[in-house]
Every structure is written in structure tokens, then in C-alpha cells.
Design a protein around this ligand. Structure first.
Ligand code: ADP
Ligand code: MG
Length: 735
């Protein structure tokens, strides 16, 4: 009894516990009070506000399912400190999922946009590793995957904030960054990876000794997006390299229930927690949503007039392709609306993307974007989300409007629907989205097609952009799956072209092709080879589609698909090389290989060895022999060099390992030093208390250096050791 009392007393003063005491208590608490599988903690009455936390006087623990505040959960002192005063009361998804995820269960969490899903997975990630006493030598313990780079960056920043008192090293691994080599050097020392699928796969494929075999917890944010076709290959390749014995958490506002999708992840009795399923609306409570009917050729007039009428707003504008974003952004910038304009799409250089993201985060402006910004991003105080082009489906709509009205704040959204897309309104209403369509007040509509026409004359580049915007938009409609909503044949094509300021309507080959095929189809009434309600254009013969794709940039319906591809260099490369291989003409007669001379002129393969002075161009045997001897010599030399490099690498690696061991030993010796969060009750804290925490973010302000809060790897090597290392490297170069 005395023992249990002291347990209670000890826990109440969590600050004074050593890490080992704390994790032991947390483990017992979590284990003894596990909520029932399949139970919904939201239906458990909340404990009275002043209920003490942790073990009761008799040594038993209180149930944590039903808690409403973070400090009632079985989480570490460091976690509570990390949450600080900003996060005190839990949101519904946090209350529902944390009791299950903290006790190690797989969770599929669905909750509206802006409802706090991020913390619902960051807390279990940090706590799982903390309770497992994870250290630098344990390597990668958790992987958090996001479908887009900006979202990964946001998650990483949030992890840095709430995990600042934990001693874990974390890395942000996203596509488009130059410093992949620095990443490769450090990635094995990181405990938590926040990444996009492609970059993670790149490390799995290219980084020597990259090891995820000890992974404890995997998170997919925006899980339905990561599980859909755009990321299928990359994700399958990733999953195949992860241990099956792990915890998996999936979160999204639009969750997948597809058994097939989930089977790929080998979930174990997952808890499906859909906290807003019973809610009256599928979108945030304080979001006001409108739809206005705008014909295609008036969309830009409407957008311009809308921006001019809301110059004091922070506005996010969605368009369907990079080309459109580029054109509208460039054109509107030249027309100077009186508010800063920004653009964001998957074809931008990574630094610019990040810059734009930061600027829009901070300042009032209008951001033109593709769907790269549609998911997860938590920009503060966005007043308006404007969807100029119709989203491809209901989930896409929900994510786009979800960029405003986050957590408990309000926001407004407007969707431009064309008369031919009115069915979309029905779809949205059926999905519990409170939206009403109305005709806009055209009296205040300002026509800008004349201004655009003169811009196009003045800036020839703009004409090119306009043409590309025109074709890619039409093609995006043509490639849409939902043919009840998207029908390219109903669009006023000539008027659309004129509205962009184009002097002539550009030719659209895929449409001609479609019309031609349709005529054929009509003459063969029973031969339903083309027009099919849902899949019409997808049945266009592959050849025709390939032609279109190679002529202009590949446009996929979802720009985020492009993002996915960009993020998968490794997969994409193998893919391309396979295709290239297929293109080799196997039937070409042997010996017809073409070689080039120094000026780049094509020559027959053995021309270099032919006797050119002799008119009949016969091969000279001596010359051939001489050439082979030279080649042999060259190869020998190269072989020698390769061996040298290889030996040198081995040496470096051995030296590194030695340093690592040495460091670990030194840290063990330093183990008694207090880190401010461990016990001060006289008991020695565990040896890893002074672990160095690394944040790897190769695009950081620091110019791609590691940001560490307790000594860097380089710092920990003494000067003498550095000299020894340099000497060894030098001597190996000469050996
Ligand atoms: P979601 O992923 O569900 O779209 P986020 O996790 O991005 O939502 O959270 C939306 C906003 O709400 C963020 O700015 C976050 O800081 C804030 N937030 C999350 N949980 C809480 C909480 N319990 N109390 C106060 N603010 C919160
Ligand atoms: Mg989110």
C-alpha cells in the first residue's frame, strides 16, 4: 500500500520523475486502462475537471478514454510541455483517436478539414518512441508520409514545435531539394522522417545501408490521397521495405474504406474513427459556401471583378492546371489589381515554391494554385477560397474549401460552375455540403478580354501562355472521369479562346480526333467502341493519346498526380528506362550502329578504324589491334582507379563507425548530466539524456546545414581526430 501511495505521489509530480520511472508508469497506466477495441471514447463521459491525473491513491489508474484535456492523457512531461498553453482542450478527433493510438492500435481517423488531425498522429509518434526509450543508435523509428511537399514541411515544423522537449532527431525529406547527398549522410541517424513518397523511395533505393527494419510507427497523412492511383507504385515499393510488425495511423478528411487499399498496409484490427460521420455537414461549421453560375468565357472577367471587389482579403484561387495558373497569374500581375499576387504549382522550382508558401502564410495576398495546395495546408486567416475551375469530385471540393475556416475560425468559399456542370451542385448537396447556387450580378462584371488581347500583342510570351492555358484546360475537361459533369463538347470554345485575349482559336487535335471518331461511331450504331457514359474519352486509342501527350506537356487530370510523379524520381527513372529499352528496334540489321566523329557527323560503326586514304575503306588489321590494345590498357587503368576509390571508401566508413562508437561511449559517460527534464530526485537519469537532437532540413535558412540543439557530429570530433582523418584520407589517395 505504501508503495502504491508513493507511486501516486511520484506521478503527480511528473516533473520529478526519471525517464525510466515515467515510462514505466505510463506503460502500466496505458496497459491497465486500454479502451475496449471498437469503442468510441467520445461516448464515454468526461471525468470531472479536477480529477487527479495518473494513479489513484490505491495504486490503480483512472481511465484515459473519455478525457477532454491533453493533461489527462497518459503522456510524458515532455509532451505536455511541448503542447504548452496553446493546446489544452482536445478536439473531437483527438479525443476519439488518442486513447486508441496511445495504446498501440492501428487507427483510421476521419474528421473534417481543420479539426486537428495533425496532433492526433504527432502525439502517438513522439510518445511511442519516448516510451520505447528510442535513441540515436536505434535509427529510424517513425515515418510520416505526406502527399505534397508543402504539407510535409508544415508537419515537420509542427513536429519541431510540439516535440521540442523530446530528444529525437527528425528529418524532412522532400522532392526537389538539391542537397540529397547531405540527406544521404544523415538519414540513418534520424529517428523520425517526415517525407513525400518519392523522396523516401529514393533514399530506400540509393542511400547505402538505409535501414527501416526497426520502424515502430508509420503515419499516412491525407491517407486516401496516398493510397490512390497516383502514388500506388511508390507506396507499394515503400511498404514492401517496411517491417509488418508496426503501428500504422491513417488520417484524412475524406477517408478510404476500400478493403483492397487497406489490405496493402496490413493493418491489424484497425479502429475506424469517423468523428463527423453523423454531423449535419461534411464541411466545417463556420464555412459559408456559395456557387455562382459562370459561363466559361466569363470566368476570367468574374475572377478579376471578384478580386477587385475583395482587395482587403487573403484569397486562395484554384485552377485546374499549371498552365492556367501561370497564365492567369502573369496576366493579372500585368493588369495590377491592387493586391499582391502569388502562384503555386508543381512545375515551380522548389525554392520558389517554399518562398511562395511562406509569403502566403504571412501576408494578405491572392494565391493562384493548382491542387498542390488543396490538401492539409494550414494557412492562417484565409478569407476566401475561390474555385475558378470545378474540382474533379466531391472529396477534391472538400479539401479545397478546407483551406479556410480552420479549427474554430470562419471562412468563405465560392465555386464558379458552368451551366454544363450544374450536376456538381447536386453531387455536393448529396454529400451533405450546404451550398447554394445563384446567378452572379453581372452589372458589376468588368470585362477584361480587351485588356488581355492587348497584353498578348505587347508580350508575345503571354500569347504562348494563353494558348497553353486554353489547350490544357480543354484537355483537363476531356480527361475527367465524371462525364455527367464534364463535357467538353458543351463548351463555348471560340468564345473561351477570345476571352483569354487570343486572336485566333488554337487547333485542338484531341477534339478533332474525338469528333472524327464520333462520326464513325454514329455510322456503326451497334459498335459501342467509343462513347461510353463514364469512360468515353479514356477509350481513345492509346496511340492518339500518346501523340497528344508528347506534343505538349503531359497533363494529368489531377495536378497532384504530377506532384506525385515529381516526387518519385527513382520509380520514374526505371519506368522511363524500361520504355526506352522497348523502343530499341530489335529488327535492325546487326552492325548498323551509328557512331559520331568529333564534329558530330554520323559515321558507320567501324569507320574510325578504316583506312581512309585507301579508297575502298577496308579495315586495317594493325589499326584494329592497336585500338584493342589501347582499350585494354584504358580499362586496366580504370579498374585500378575504381579499386582505389573503393578501398578509400571502406576506410572512411570504418573510421566513421569508430567515431560513432567513441561518441556513444563519451555520451554514456556524460549520462548523468541533467537535461532540464529528467529527474532531479537524486536518481541518475538514463544515459541518453544528453543525446544530440538533429533536425535535418537541407533547405533551412542556415544554408542547408544541420540544425542541432546540442552539439553537432562535426563538433564532437576533436581537432586531433580531424587531423588524423585528413591524414588517412590523404595517404589513401597516394597508396
Ligand atoms: P487537419 O489536419 O484536421 O486539417 P490541423 O491538424 O492542420 O487540421 O489543425 C488545424 C489547426 O487547428 C491548426 O492551426 C492547429 O494548430 C489547430 N489545433 C489543432 N488542435 C488544436 C487544439 N486541440 N486546440 C487548439 N488548436 C488546435
Ligand atoms: Mg491535416
Amino acid at each position: 500500500m505504501r508503495k502504491s501511495k508513493s507511486k501516486a505521489r511520484i506521478f503527480r509530480n511528473q516533473t520529478r520523475l526519471s525517464e525510466s520511472q515515467e515510462t514505466e508508469l505510463l506503460d502500466s497506466w496505458i496497459e491497465s486502462q486500454k479502451p475496449g477495441s471498437g469503442s468510441n471514447p467520445l461516448s464515454i463521459p468526461a471525468p470531472p475537471p479536477n480529477t487527479p491525473v495518473g494513479p489513484t491513491g490505491d495504486g490503480s489508474f483512472l481511465s484515459y478514454a473519455g478525457s477532454t484535456r491533453f493533461d489527462q492523457l497518459p503522456i510524458s512531461r515532455k509532451m505536455k510541455d511541448g503542447l504548452g498553453s496553446k493546446y489544452t482542450v482536445m478536439s473531437e478527433i483527438q479525443r476519439a483517436s488518442l486513447p486508441h493510438s496511445l495504446c498501440g492500435r492501428d487507427v483510421l481517423g476521419a474528421a473534417k478539414t481543420g479539426s486537428g488531425k495533425t496532433l492526433a498522429f504527432l502525439i502517438p509518434v513522439l510518445e511511442k518512441l519516448y516510451r520505447a526509450r528510442w535513441g540515436p543508435e536505434d535509427g529510424v523509428g517513425s515515418i510520416i508520409i505526406s502527399p505534397a511537399r508543402e504539407l510535409a514541411m508544415q508537419l515537420f515544423n509542427e513536429l519541431k514545435k510540439v516535440g521540442k522537449y523530446h530528444n529525437f532527431s527528425a528529418g524532412l525529406l522532400i522532392g526537389g531539394r538539391k542537397d540529397v547527398d547531405t540527406e544521404k549522410e544523415c538519414v540513418n541517424n534520424l529517428n523520425i522522417l517526415v517525407c513525400t513518397p518519392g523522396r523516401l523511395l529514393q533514399h530506400m533505393d540509393e542511400t547505402p545501408n538505409f535501414d527501416c527494419s526497426q520502424l515502430q510507427i508509420l503515419v499516412l497523412d491525407e491517407a486516401d490521397r496516398i493510397l490512390d492511383t497516383g502514388f500506388k507504385k511508390a507506396l507499394n515499393a515503400i511498404i514492401s521495405q517496411l517491417p509488418k510488425q508496426r503501428q500504422t495511423l491513417l488520417f484524412s478528411a475524406t477517408q478510404t474504406k476500400s478493403v483492397q487499399d487497406l489490405a496493402r498496409l496490413s493493418l491489424k484490427d484497425p479502429e475506424y474513427l469517423s468523428v463527423h460521420a453523423e454531423s449535419v455537414t461534411a464541411t466545417p461549421e463556420f464555412l459559408q459556401q456559395k456557387a455562382i453560375i459562370v459561363p466559361l468565357d466569363q470566368k476570367l472577367d468574374m475572377l478579376w471583378s471578384f478580386i477587385k471587389a475583395h482587395l482587403d482579403s487573403k484569397m486562395l484561387v484554384f485552377l485546374s492546371s499549371c498552365k492556367q495558373v501561370k497564365f492567369v497569374y502573369e496576366a493579372f500581375k500585368k493588369l495590377r489589381p491592387g493586391i499582391p499576387l502569388k502562384c503555386l504549382h508543381g512545375r515551380m522550382k522548389q525554392e520558389r515554391r517554399m518562398g511562395t508558401y511562406d509569403e502566403f502564410f504571412e501576408n494578405r495576398s491572392v494565391l493562384f494554385s493548382t491542387d498542390v495546395a488543396s490538401r492539409g495546408l494550414d494557412f492562417p486567416a484565409v478569407d476566401w477560397v475561390v474555385q475558378v475551375d470545378c474540382p474533379e469530385d466531391v472529396p477534391a471540393y472538400i479539401h479545397r474549401v478546407g483551406r479556410t475556416a480552420r479549427f474554430s475560425s470562419g471562412g468563405k468559399s465560392v465555386l464558379f460552375v458552368m451551366p454544363s456542370e450544374m450536376k456538381m451542385i447536386q453531387r455536393l448537396e448529396d454529400a451533405k455540403i450546404p451550398i447554394h447556387s445563384s446567378k452572379p450580378n453581372t452589372k458589376r462584371l468588368q470585362s477584361i478580354s480587351g485588356l488581355l488581347a492587348s497584353l498578348l500583342v505587347k508580350f508575345p510570351d503571354m500569347q504562348y501562355l494563353a494558348q497553353r492555358a486554353f489547350t490544357t484546360y480543354l484537355r483537363s475537361i476531356y480527361l475527367q472521369r465524371d462525364k455527367e459533369i464534364f463535357d467538353v463538347e458543351q463548351l463555348p470554345i471560340e468564345e473561351f479562346s477570345a476571352s483569354l485575349g487570343l486572336p485566333m482559336t488554337p487547333k485542338i487535335r484531341f477534339l478533332n480526333c474525338k469528333i472524327k471518331r464520333k462520326t464513325i461511331h454514329e455510322s456503326h450504331e451497334h459498335e459501342n467502341d467509343f462513347e461510353d457514359d463514364n469512360k468515353g474519352p479514356r477509350k481513345v486509342p492509346q496511340m492518339d493519346r500518346f501523340k497528344e501527350e508528347s506534343e505538349s506537356d503531359l497533363l494529368l487530370v489531377k495536378e497532384t498526380l504530377i506532384e506525385g510523379k515529381e516526387n518519385e524520381p527513382a520509380v520514374l527513372e526505371t519506368h522511363i528506362s524500361k520504355k526506352k529499352k522497348l523502343k530499341i528496334n530489335l529488327h535492325r540489321p546487326a552492325g548498323t550502329r551509328v557512331v559520331f566523329d568529333d564534329e558530330g557527323n554520323a559515321l558507320p560503326p567501324l569507320a574510325a578504324l578504316a583506312d581512309i586514304n585507301n579508297g575502298d575503306c577496308k579495315l586495317e588489321i594493325d589499326k584494329v589491334k592497336e585500338r584493342y590494345a589501347k582499350l585494354k590498357e584504358d580499362m586496366k587503368q580504370r579498374d585500378k582507379e575504381d579499386k582505389l576509390i573503393h578501398r578509400q571508401r571502406l576506410r572512411e566508413q570504418r573510421l566513421k563507425e569508430k567515431m560513432k562508437l567513441k561518441r556513444a561511449r563519451t555520451e554514456d559517460e556524460d549520462g548523468e548530466i541533467d537535461d532540464g527534464h529528467s529527474g532531479s530526485d537524486g536518481e541518475a537519469t538514463n544515459g541518453d539524456a544528453k543525446r544530440s537532437k538533429i533536425y535535418l532540413d537541407s533547405d533551412d535558412d542556415e544554408g542547408g546545414k544541420l540544425e542541432k540543439n546540442a552539439g553537432s557530429i562535426a563538433d564532437s570530433i576533436s581537432l586531433a581526430e580531424q587531423e588524423a582523418l585528413a591524414l588517412k584520407l590523404l595517404s589513401s589517395m597516394h597508396s
